[in-house]
Design a protein around this ligand. Structure first.
Ligand code: FEO
Length: 401
């Protein structure tokens, strides 16, 4: 892809990775991703963000189609995670910028990744503005959205927000704008990204959205550092509204059942739990963990208000995939969930209470006690599992009224 001119003298100069599957080292990118970097040509030429280290030459070649690298005066580093700053050292060497801007917390991250002795780094904070000629760049720190160093760059003359990880999606495409994408794919990618990356920082998201409203940021384009760019007033309103909706985490009338099983007994219980949800009129998605990455669970959770987790007892504990899924989900701090635990056992039967304890730590309200059965579930066990599903379903339906 050649550089794309987003607005007069403002270019996308990033890299698209169709083959990327692992994202940020813990999530997945089933459609690939992109690392977006931007160039503003003005009295001072500014490069905003870079790409992964192994894409440095791809980006540099793209940049050279717009301007020789040595003509870059400033580099703005909105965030130091290596998918955006991996090529920073390469670009600093090549551009020899007059100044490098990052947040105050970014100084620490930058020194942690690079030898910055001799680099002309200047820390900026919310409210700081640099003039680059016809335009100004306003900096807005967004601490813990999603690293302490994260910040946004706003160019009021262009009504443009360069938002780094915020508002991103993992989509690799031959086009660059959100309005060119299939809407359901775009929405799924936004939810997948938010629920796997941004969810723990929902309070900061709401605060930032409120701050943007307070500052009366006039926006007609939001350009994130991953995925597609929102360039119409409708799409800008859509992504801001979608972020508020996801960050609020209001109850959603759907349940997620996930489980692992050794000899299908816990699977039979999972199906009975599903029957109980059916009776309460709550739709569900059932995921057998041997078929799904933990990221897929979180994406599904974007549409769910309840989780029901099942595991047989294995070595006095929870099966490893269930344990890992619960650790991942718990770390992302989802809110306002109902739930329950179930599973089979052979002789000791600790798994279900251990799951229930983790759900309690996650502040998941459990309207019924864990259901467990010895070896093969009998009729009474299946009835108990269905009752668990029904009670969670009824409580969720009530919560969503
Ligand atoms: Fe996509 Fe936090 O880097």
């Amino acid at each position: 892809m050649t550089p794309v001119e987003l607005k007069k003298d403002i270019f996308w100069v990033g890299a698209v990775n169709f083959g990327c599957h692992d994202f940020h080292g813990y999530s997945i990118a089933p459609r690939g991703t992109s690392y977006n970097a931007y160039l503003i040509k003005d009295k001072k030429n500014v490069l905003l963000d870079t790409v992964q280290a192994h894409e440095a030459e791809v980006m540099a070649a793209r940049l050279e189609l717009t301007i020789p690298a040595e003509k870059i005066d400033y580099i703005v580093v909105n965030h130091l995670e290596p998918d955006h700053a991996g090529a920073l050292e390469y670009m600093v060497r090549r551009c020899k910028p007059e100044k490098i801007f990052c947040s105050v917390a970014g100084l620490k991250s930058m020194a942690g990744y690079f030898n910055i002795n001799g680099w002309p780094v200047q820390a900026v904070k919310t409210g700081d503005v640099i003039n680059i000629g016809r335009r100004n760049i306003h900096f807005i720190e967004t601490r813990m959205l999603h690293w302490p160093d994260s910040m946004l760059s706003y160019i009021p003359e262009e009504k443009l927000l360069i938002s780094n990880d915020a508002f991103g999606q993992n989509i690799a495409a031959s086009f660059i704008y959100a309005d060119q994408a299939d809407r359901s794919v775009l929405t799924q990618a936004i939810e997948e990204y938010f629920f796997n990356i941004v969810l723990p920082f929902s309070p900061q998201v709401l605060k930032t959205l409120d701050l943007a409203a307070e500052l009366k940021l006039d926006l007609d384009m939001i350009a994130p550092d991953h995925g597609l760019i929102f360039r119409t007033p409708e799409d800008v309103a859509f992504i801001l509204g979608k972020y508020r909706e996801m960050a609020l985490q209001k109850p959603r009338k759907k349940a997620l059942i996930f489980y692992d099983t050794m000899w299908h007994s816990t699977e039979l219980l999972a199906k009975a739990v599903a029957d109980g949800l059916d009776k309460s009129g709550v739709p569900y998605r059932m995921m057998f963990l041997k078929n799904h990455h933990h990221s897929e669970l979180m994406t599904e959770l974007a549409r769910c208000g309840a989780i029901l987790a099942g595991s047989p007892t294995h070595n006095n504990g929870v099966m490893p995939l269930v344990s890992a899924a619960l650790t991942y989900i718990k770390g992302l701090r989802p809110q306002n969930l109902l739930g329950g635990a179930f599973g089979s056992y052979g002789w000791s039967g600790e798994a279900q209470n251990k799951i229930a304890d983790i759900l309690t730590e996650m502040k998941v309200e459990q309207p019924a006690a864990p259901v467990k059965c010895m070896f093969r579930p009998q009729e009474a066990d299946l009835t108990a599992a269905a009752a668990l599903g029904q009670s969670v379903g009824a409580a969720l339906a009530e919560r969503c009224r």
